[in-house]
Design a protein around this ligand. Structure first.
Ligand code: ADP
Length: 180
């Protein structure tokens, strides 16, 4: 008997929920971090507050080793999830919105690289916030478009579920409009 061929048609299911990403039970929670990896507001602040000091300690260790200059925009790196109900936090740095400079590819890279890191770790369920759409000012409709499209296009991973966790109804509706 030959071994069954891998199921190349398997796709990642996309879920939308309105809520707080720090309350999710998933393998990996993605953090909309900043390049310093040393904490900030929004999702980042919430993750460190609820996840406890272990996450910041792991981020400090990354700054002392591989990412001495900080994590570049569009890249992703994993740490422990501390007290969160997840195995890993994957930190990614979104681009700051610019009206004159098209940084869409960097935003897409955040989703792609986070999925790649999650896949390498063996994560099957991943929660994402709407990266760059808070303090970094990305318009939510366009942020949602890039997020959904990039996850759909990232086919070469074994992630079973991607859950977008949207903080408010406006963000939820923007993502829902992309799901058709
Ligand atoms: P960025 O600096 O990448 O813009 P922010 O954390 O400021 O990141 O915001 C990203 C998105 O996450 C925004 O849409 C914001 O409303 C939302 N957000 C803020 N806190 C949470 C949370 N606890 N859970 C889920 N989403 C959140």
């Amino acid at each position: 008997m030959e071994e069954a061929a891998p199921d190349v048609t398997a796709t990642t299911a996309i879920e939308l929920v309105q809520g707080d990403i720090t309350q999710q039970s998933v393998d990996a929670i993605v953090n909309a971090a900043n390049s310093s990896l040393l904490g900030g507001g929004g999702v980042d602040g919430a993750i460190h507050r609820r996840g406890g000091p272990e996450i910041l300690a792991a981020c400090r260790a990354l700054r002392a080793s591989r990412y001495g200059k900080g994590l570049p925009t569009g890249q992703a790196v994993a740490t422990t999830a501390g007290k969160l109900d997840a195995r890993w936090v994957i930190h990614t740095v979104g681009p700051v919105w610019s009206a004159t400079d098209d940084r869409s590819e960097l935003l897409a890279s955040c989703y792609r690289e986070s999925l790649r890191v999650a896949d390498e770790l063996g994560a099957r369920t991943v929660a994402f916030p709407a990266i760059s759409t808070g303090v970094y000012g990305w318009p939510i409709d366009d942020g949602a478009r890039i997020a959904v499209r990039t996850v759909r296009e990232t086919a070469d991973v074994s992630i079973e579920v991607v859950r977008f966790v949207l903080f408010d109804k406006t963000a939820y509706d923007a993502f829902e409009a992309q799901m058709g």
